[in-house]
Design a protein around this ligand. Structure first.
Ligand SMILES: Cc1ncc(COP(=O)(O)O)c(C=O)c1O
Length: 406
């Protein structure tokens, strides 16, 4: 028995992605060429003009001091301009926007700000782990809502019904609802009327809505993901998290934002003022440039993801693994072929790694409802993705499968 007790850590399940990662590292050390479509860690470089600004700002000793918890005003203003430009949403940079050290830090500390032991949060499942576990770490309880139908599709009406039912069946009444559209890992998307219904319901029931819009700029075939803040009155109950990690390939820089309800933003600021002094200032200055300068890099990167999506989905379909093209995100969420479903997603992912030399994320890592799926991240180039498809074909053939159908 351990000498110490870590009650919060004990509430966290084992990190299943580590199993695939460890095996991947072992194979690589043994000289295998693994195509890594596991973690959603963008491979594209941050555009040069943003890196150049960072280097320049880092030379100025003024930028070496503590910065501000809320983030530089100009950075908050740049985010407000992004909302105005993209969504026609007006935000007051002073009271309705705060910067966070990546949206993950913001989500975690917002949960700590809002949740008291015993408070309940509604979280769709499968989920990006910080969405449910920020609540668990804060000492709250999670009520999961299945995001997909039994057939594996997303139907916003069915989901809304499940959400309302879960709310009505919970006691104490849930305090918070966490949404994430476009969704990681399932790639589910919604239209604005969905958010209108959510806002109506939340206002009626005094429910706080946290919406994560990390993939706002990575959408395909003309689809534009809506922001919950476009809904009139949303600011009464909602905050939305945005991040520069994916849009500008700045994952390692840790630049995120929360925007919306003043009272919640202020509470998050109060919490963070005890915890951090904001990001390194040169990073903030470069982030302002990212949001305010020429946006052609955003379109360039979006197109790269779109082509990778096409190569992967068309390739998988060609070898008989039927998957749909997602309308947004940098992921493909694929139902495990029938023949392999009883293995569960972790064993299936290990099989793809050992026999196909391709790393993917097992769906179980996103919650119980994910176990019939794996998630591909579009973080290698088109040639490597083609190589991955060939590897998967070889793996399937080893088990006697040719042109399988899910
Ligand atoms: C839905 C979602 N939210 C947040 C994040 C993390 O963003 P950040 O790098 O800003 O912490 C990710 C990263 O994969 C994500 O998929």
């Amino acid at each position: 028995m351990s000498k110490f007790q870590f009650a919060r850590i004990d509430r966290l399940p084992p990190y299943v992605f580590a199993v695939v990662n460890d095996l991947k590292m072992k194979l690589r050390r043994a000289g295998e060429d693994i195509v890594d479509l596991g973690m959603g860690n963008p491979d594209l470089p941050t555009p040069k003009h943003i890196v150049d600004k960072l280097c320049e700002a880092a030379q100025n000793p003024k930028n070496h001091r503590y910065s501000q918890t809320k983030g530089l005003y100009k950075l908050r203003e740049a985010l407000a301009l992004w909302y105005q430009r993209k969504y026609g949403v007006e935000l007051d940079p002073e009271s309705e926007v705060i910067t966070t050290i990546g949206s993950k830090e913001g989500l975690a500390h917002l949960a700590l700000t809002l949740i008291n032991p015993g408070d309940v949060a509604l979280v769709p499942t499968p989920a990006y782990p910080i969405h449910p576990y920020s609540i668990i770490i804060a000492g709250g309880d999670v009520r999961s809502i299945p995001l997909l139908t039994d057939e594996g599709t997303f139907d916003s009406e069915v989901f809304l019904e499940s959400l309302i039912k879960a709310y009505k069946e919970s006691w104490p009444r849930p305090k918070v609802l966490i949404l994430n559209f476009p969704h990681n890992p399932t790639t589910a998307t919604v239209e604005l009327p969905f958010f209108e219904k959510i806002v109506d319901f939340a206002k009626e029931n005094n429910l706080i809505v946290i919406q994560d819009i990390a993939y706002a700029e990575i959408s395909f075939d003309g689809y534009v993901p809506p922001s919950i803040l476009q809904v009139k009155g949303a600011k009464e109950i909602a905050v939305e998290f945005y991040s520069l990690s994916k849009t500008y390939s700045m994952a390692g820089w840790r630049v995120g934002f929360a925007a919306g309800n003043k009272e919640i933003i202020h509470a998050l600021y109060r919490m963070k003022s005890y915890l951090d002094y904001g990001m390194f200032q040169p990073i903030q200055i470069a982030a302002i440039i990212a949001l305010k300068s020429d946006q052609s890099c955003v379109e360039e990167y979006r197109k790269i993801y779109e082509r990778r999506r096409d190569v992967l989905v068309e390739g998988l379909n060609r070898i008989g693994w039927k998957v749909e093209k997602p309308k947004a995100t940098m992921f493909v969420w694929a139902k495990i072929p029938e023949k392999f479903q009883s293995m569960g997603s972790l064993e299936f992912a290990k099989m793809l790694l050992l026999d196909g030399k391709v790393a993917v994320s097992p769906g179980i890592g996103f919650g119980e409802y994910g176990d019939k799926y794996v998630r591909f991240a579009l973080v290698e180039n088109e040639l490597r993705i083609k190589q991955a498809v060939r590897g998967i074909k070889r793996a399937f053939e080893k088990y006697g499968l040719r042109n399988i159908n899910v």
